[in-house]
Design a protein around this ligand. Structure first.
Ligand SMILES: [Zn+2]
Ligand SMILES: [Zn+2]
Length: 268
């Protein structure tokens, strides 16, 4: 594949996310705020991705690079388009000025306050995506029970694909919360702890409002993640569609489950 083709592929992913966010804004009033903020972030992340692909920062310098080149714009977009409470928290954090520290902790797999994690994730994601396979060298903190083969990050969500043949299901994929890469994961196996006993893996759905989404939970580790079924909605873009799972998230949390990784907006 020549470089031109790679460039097009990379930018197409951003166009698909943008288009899908627009599409979902119609008909999902409960997710309006989240989707509007996400659109504002795309305006920052896409050019950051293109720039990082040209700059190719050294993996060891990703935290400093993302903090210096991306985080300020993420902050501005959030203050302009985000909910007032998040905007105020972001303003405080940017004043503190330890952007590289926030991103560094995210790349090391350390948990942080939601606002810190939000800033770190939103700034690091386009840079890690631009680095492709090298992104793994910028990350550490692999969980004991697996994680992303590329960077060791936890699964953000799962998605089911169409194998392209009737009656044949494609593989179940997990999508990394950190570098955005996907990997194949066994069906009916908890993405958090590996539990395989069907009776311990309840599935929750809101078929009326969110027919292509469901929550895959686990009674053993009490965690869950959202699954996006691309066979039911081929236009879905997993990372965007997960943002509208709010009603499902609330329902599952009320039953005492914790999401393996909250989504970018730190809501789920
Ligand atoms: Zn990863
Ligand atoms: Zn589990």
């Amino acid at each position: 594949m020549n470089e031109g083709a790679v460039a097009t592929l990379g930018t197409e992913a951003w166009a698909r996310r943008r288009h899908r966010a627009r599409q979902l804004l119609e008909g999902h009033a409960f997710a309006r705020g989240v989707l509007q903020l996400y659109e504002a972030l795309l305006d920052v992340q896409e050019p950051a991705f293109v720039k990082a692909r040209d700059d190719r920062p050294e993996p060891a310098r990703v935290a400093v690079y993302a903090a210096a080149r991306v985080m300020g714009d993420v902050g501005e977009a959030t203050i302009a388009a985000g909910p007032p409470s998040l905007a105020a928290a972001v303003r405080d954090r940017l004043r503190d000025g330890d952007g590289a520290g926030l991103v560094g902790r995210w790349l090391a797999g350390e948990r942080q306050e939601p606002v810190d994690e939000y800033l770190a994730r939103a700034a690091a994601a386009p840079v890690l995506e631009a680095l492709g396979p090298v992104a793994g060298d910028a990350c550490s903190g692999r969980p004991a029970d697996g994680g992303c083969p590329r960077c060791g990050g936890l699964p953000q969500l799962s998605y089911l694909t169409d194998a392209g043949e009737a009656l044949v299901s494609g593989p179940r994929m997990l999508l990394c919360c950190r570098c955005g890469d996907s990997w194949v994961h066994q069906r009916m196996t908890c993405a958090g702890c590996g539990e395989q006993s069907t009776s311990k893996l309840p599935i929750f759905a809101d078929a009326a409002r969110l027919p292509h989404l469901r929550a895959d939970a686990c009674e053993t580790c009490r965690r869950y993640l959202i699954s996006i079924d691309l066979r039911k909605d081929p236009h879905a873009v997993p990372v965007v569609d997960e943002l509208i799972a709010l009603p499902l998230d609330l329902y599952v949390k009320e039953r005492g489950y914790t999401k393996i990784v909250p989504n970018l907006m730190a809501i789920g």
